[in-house]
Design a protein around this ligand. Structure first.
Ligand SMILES: [Zn+2]
Ligand SMILES: [Zn+2]
Length: 540
């Protein structure tokens, strides 16, 4: 999306980061007998490496352990307090005397009061689906050590979400850019009103709460991690000699968030509420691109049950991330849960990338190489067939831009295939191999139009398959990198005649016929290799 927006000439920054605090990480580190910081250091640097290998170029992939972030969070929280959105309240919570920690809901286990399932978690019963409170569980136990928790009184600081109910509802109803799934889910979520939420925790691993009297408490991870979008922007902008205020104090700034549907309430309710409460000068989310779930061969991804494929493993199966990037866009769950299957993966790679897109591109370039001395020919007069294809490609190109602007990337990719198929049909109709025998100039016109369709196709592929797109761009004969070009909805002629094409090579390779038959061995092998790459405490 960053690459796409830059091709439109937008001033974009893209940020993300590792969410590193909270009890689950603290407990995991304790189990492995290491400092939580060591665990998050390892994870963070491994993720940075993977992002690069996947060609995911963020301006800043930061972390919640960054000093800039911690400072930003503390100041932000104090501002919420000074505006009257923070209050304190005593609570009675489960506490494990052996582990000496207050147990978060899902760290208390016990018998479900509804269905009797013996291993229900304090937040929800896996068996009957009931939402629970840890105090409801029959014979509760600590999920870490198994001993019986006691109830202990503690003081917490609360964010008064109730005061923000009306502005949030109004914003959800009126913001046209929000996807329907986000709006409906959030409106439903706040139907029964917004309740204050505690934003402090009694654990050690986190950002110290800045409130007076809250020493030894930390800010609840969700509240601080969301502010990472702002602090990571601040970090990169200041590094580049620009100002945080330029983007984050301008209500005309557009912000786009990419999340999975389980994160909707935090991005569509809690984050906007915090932004309004802090001083109401920040832009609220313009688009929240919230995908449904992706399944693996019909099942939920599960680390413990070894179902699924991880980002590092995938690159041992196909090394060039562009194949994965394109395939994952093609099955991106924009409307409903979608299934990844190896059969479908093979179809996308072999039939869509190779046959429809790759062969068309290679066919045109080879023809120019062979019959026009590797130079883009001069066009003659256009006839009706030419004008028809030009209009059709222009319509697909515009369709692509519109869908990308809505972050409907899968739908946008349909237009990429449409351009390739239109190009193929045009060539079959014109039959330049016959034209070249009777009318060299007519064949030149056909090739001039066709190479421009190749160029538009390459420009639309670029955000999804940046590596291959750059290679094709060089084959067309461009010396400057593809990202120097800008999208222009009105003009599909970006290649001038006279330009020499570069050295040719088929843009994509097919997966071999026995790929599906061998897939379990291939996956097994990739898992072993990826495991060896992982830092010691991240192996599973
Ligand atoms: Zn139950
Ligand atoms: Zn315990």
């Amino acid at each position: 999306m960053t690459r796409f927006l830059r091709m439109l000439g937008e001033d974009v920054i893209s940020v993300s980061g590792s969410d590193e605090h909270g009890t689950p990480i603290e407990v995991e580190a304790r189990k492995k007998n290491i400092d939580p910081r060591r665990l998050t250091d390892e994870a963070h640097s491994y993720i940075v490496k993977l992002l690069k290998r996947w060609r995911i170029e963020l301006d800043n992939y930061s972390r919640t352990e960054s000093e800039v972030h911690k400072q930003f969070v503390r100041e932000f929280m104090l501002r919420l307090e000074s505006k009257g959105y923070i209050f304190t309240q005593k609570m009675v919570l489960p506490y494990c005397e052996r582990d000496r920690i207050f147990l978060p809901d899902r760290f208390v286990e016990g018998r479900c009061p509804r269905c009797g399932y013996p291993n229900a978690r304090g937040d929800q019963c896996e068996n009957c689906g009931s939402l629970l409170d840890p105090l409801d569980l029959i014979s509760p136990r600590c999920a870490i050590c198994g001993s019986k928790p006691i109830l202990k009184e503690t003081m917490h600081w609360f964010f008064d979400l109730k005061k923000l109910e009306n502005p949030i509802r109004k914003w959800l109803e009126e913001n046209k850019g929000l996807w329907d799934n986000v709006r409906n889910y959030s409106l439903n979520w706040i139907k029964e009103g917004l309740k204050p939420r505690s934003i402090t925790r009694d654990n050690e691993w986190g950002i110290e709460a800045p409130f007076k009297g809250a020493e030894r408490k930390t800010i609840y991870v969700w509240f601080e991690a969301l502010l990472g979008y702002l602090s990571a922007s601040k970090e990169v902008l200041e590094k580049r000699g620009r100002l945080f205020e330029e983007f984050w104090y301008d209500k005309n700034t557009k912000t786009i968030y990419f999340i999975g549907k389980d994160n909707i309430p935090f991005h569509a309710v809690i984050l906007p509420a915090m932004l309004i409460a802090s001083d109401n000068r920040h832009p609220l989310p313009t688009v929240i691109s919230s995908t449904e779930y992706l399944l693996y061969e019909g099942e939920k991804f599960s680390k413990s049950r070894r179902i699924g494929l991880w980002a590092d493993e995938a690159l041992y199966i196909l090394e060039d991330p562009d194949y994965w990037r394109f395939s994952l866009v093609r099955i991106r769950p924009e409307e409903r849960d979608t299934n990844f299957s190896w059969k479908e993966f093979m179809r996308i790679v072999n039939s869509e990338l190779n046959d429809d897109i790759g062969n068309f591109i290679y066919r045109i370039l080879s023809f120019i190489d062979r019959y026009f001395e590797s130079r883009i020919p001069e066009p003659g007069e256009f006839d009706d067939i030419d004008r028809e294809v030009i209009n059709s490609v222009k319509a697909s190109y515009n369709g692509y831009i519109d869908k990308m602007l809505e972050t409907r990337i899968k739908q946008a990719s349909e237009y990429i295939l449409e351009i390739a198929r239109t190009g193929n049909q045009y060539i079959n109709r014109r039959a330049p191999w016959d034209e070249i025998k009777r009318d060299h100039r007519r064949a030149g016109t056909t090739m001039y139009i066709a190479i421009n369709i190749v160029a538009i196709l390459t420009l639309t592929l670029y955000p999804i398959t940046p590596g291959v797109a750059q290679k094709i761009w060089a084959m067309i004969g461009f010396e400057e990198p593809i990202e120097r070009t800008r999208y222009n909805r009105d003009n599909i002629f970006v290649v001038n005649s006279g330009r020499s094409i570069g050295k040719l090579e088929a843009p994509f390779k097919k997966l071999s016929q026995d790929f599906l038959a061998r897939i379990s061995i291939i996956v097994e092998d990739a898992r072993k290799k990826a495991q060896e790459d992982r830092p010691p405490h991240l192996r599973f």
